[in-house]
Design a protein. Structure first.
Lengths: 115, 188
């Protein structure tokens, strides 16, 4: 009985928290954190390739067509590469073994203010 | 393992002989936990960053049959030796497994001895798995100063914890049942 109540409460908590992530509007800026926590800010509109210093080596981040993706990483599972491209605000790619993280920031800081 | 463990558990007196048996028993449990831990690491992950955590069966059995201290020692050996064998001691993975498993064990210990009415083996295992996952998502968010990313993960990982905790709990309950460990109580 106590088991069922505990499992039900945990299930409820999990389901409630499932939807807890922000809106997904198209983003504009990509923030990339390297191994030392230094944050690089780049525009998604500008195609380029970044070489980010990680814990185990270089992670290559490619920006093209308003989206960013991890092209290669020295990590064992390549989950970050398999994640594919991100382009919308709040989307992210993380490579935990290599300590590299990228996330897309929103449209502009004044979005929706001007008439 | 199934043949020797209850024999070992029967020796509950004091003195050098029973002490040696206790140490030997912990050694067998730790070896078993390390073997399962390393074996599971070689399998592909069902979900990115997530695995079932089969070696937690050993930890849960240890907690219920031999007590909190024994489980703590077996867990420490599992994490340190397991990650040494996998070559992960210097990687963030070590921090995740050490923090997650220790928190899980603390949570299971509290639930095992303080909760009224008590949880079964399965319920305790679920609490441990969810605690492990919650702490790991928290470390992930802190590691990248990305609480928004952690927020998107926490719900999924709580539900995954519920699933894998049930599975390992059922397995642990079966081991305890088959081997009859619970009858000998906590001697660790």
């Amino acid at each position: 009985m106590a088991d069922l109540v505990t499992a039900a409460l945990i299930c409820l908590l999990g389901v409630l928290l499932l939807g807890w992530s922000g809106p997904r509007a198209p983003g504009r800026t990509l923030l990339v954190r390297d191994r030392s926590g230094h944050v690089l800010r780049v525009e998604l509109a500008q195609p380029r390739t970044l070489r980010v210093e990680g814990l185990d080596g270089e992670t290559i981040v490619e920006i093209a067509g308003g989206a960013a993706r991890f092209v290669s990483s020295p990590c064992p599972h390549k989950t970050c590469v398999a994640r594919g491209a991100i382009s919308r605000s709040g989307e992210w790619i993380a490579c935990v073994p290599n300590g590299v993280f990228a996330t897309v920031k929103g449209e502009t800081e004044y979005d929706g203010v001007t008439p | 393992m199934t043949a020797s463990l209850p024999e070992a558990a029967r020796v509950t007196g004091r003195g050098p002989a029973s002490r040696a048996v206790g140490v030997a028993r912990l050694g067998v449990l730790a070896a078993c936990a390390v073997a399962v831990y390393v074996f599971e690491a070689l399998l592909p992950m069902p979900v990115p960053w997530a695995r079932v955590g089969l070696s937690n069966v050993v930890i849960v059995v240890c907690l219920f049959a031999y007590g909190f201290e024994s489980a703590l020692i077996v867990n420490l050996v599992r994490i340190v030796v397991g990650n040494l064998l996998l070559g992960l001691v210097a990687s963030p993975a070590f921090l995740f497994s050490a923090a997650g498993s220790t928190t899980a064990l603390l949570a299971m210990g509290v639930v095992r001895w303080k909760m009224v009415p008590p949880l079964s083996v399965v319920g305790t295992s679920i609490v441990g798995a969810v605690a492990n996952n919650a702490v790991q998502v928290w470390i992930f968010s802190a590691m990248f100063s990305a609480s928004a990313a952690g927020a998107g993960l926490i719900g999924v990982f709580i539900l995954l914890g519920l699933g894998v905790g049930s599975l390992t709990g059922v397995l642990a309950a079966r081991v305890i049942d088959k081997v009859g460990l619970a009858r000998y109580g906590s001697v660790g």
